[in-house]
Design a protein around this ligand. Sequence first.
Ligand SMILES: [Zn+2]
Ligand SMILES: [Zn+2]
Length: 268
Amino acid sequence: MEVFFLGTGGGRFAIVTQRRRTGGVRILSGKVNLHVDPGPGALAYSVEQRLDPRKITGVLITHVHPDHANDGNVMLEAMTGGAVRRQGFLACARSVTRGNETADPAVSRYHRKLPSRVAELKAGEKVSMDSVEVEAVKAVHYDPDTIGFKVKLPEGETLGYTSDTEYFEGVGEAYRSVDLLILCSMRPRGAPLKWHMSVDDAVKILEEARPRRAVLTHFGMRMLYDTTPQEEARYVEKVTGVPTQAAEDNMKIKVEKGRSLTEFFGGG
Ligand SMILES: [Zn+2]
Ligand SMILES: [Zn+2]
């Protein structure tokens, strides 16, 4: 499995400044080509980084906020070859396609009809589409439908993506022993924010989940200006013992089931 970070910024200030990109995460393994949380820039940065968005086989969206869902419609158009072939799947929180009391839908009624399968998931639900197992994990965020994802690929690698959530007891359980856990840790140590994850929360999640390795991403301005993500990642690794790194825009990592491999760092 290869994981490519097309964006590592989170929150509205990262969006409007593009201090860090907000394009989301691409997961590649054999024929599987998944895009998780297509925020603003997902389409443009995919093309720029030569990750042809027409090769996407599934789009996963954890909640309705723009830094996670803004480019959802255009990624679905790309996945279906310009809305001409009904193919691929969309797995998402219910708010993404239906809206809720806090927000309108992020994916339009027209675009919801494009993929060959759409799974609107609530926490705890699990589906299998094109040999990819997708499990929705509970998250506590101000879109009440927000979910995290646990993904199992056909070759057996497992990956967790927390999305935006504050810490609550047991949040790490669902991600137990995954090969890679991606944490949307927007805030640094000592800077908690209701409904969001700080590095202190990330530590608690990792202590429950004990993944084989972890990557911090989705950085807000406090993370980028009050400290550095690298420094926070070093702290997390030291206190949890879980190999942890801070994501960079255009960073690509290789993850194998049962053992970790080389990292390649790109520019940007
Ligand atoms: Zn976010
Ligand atoms: Zn959010």
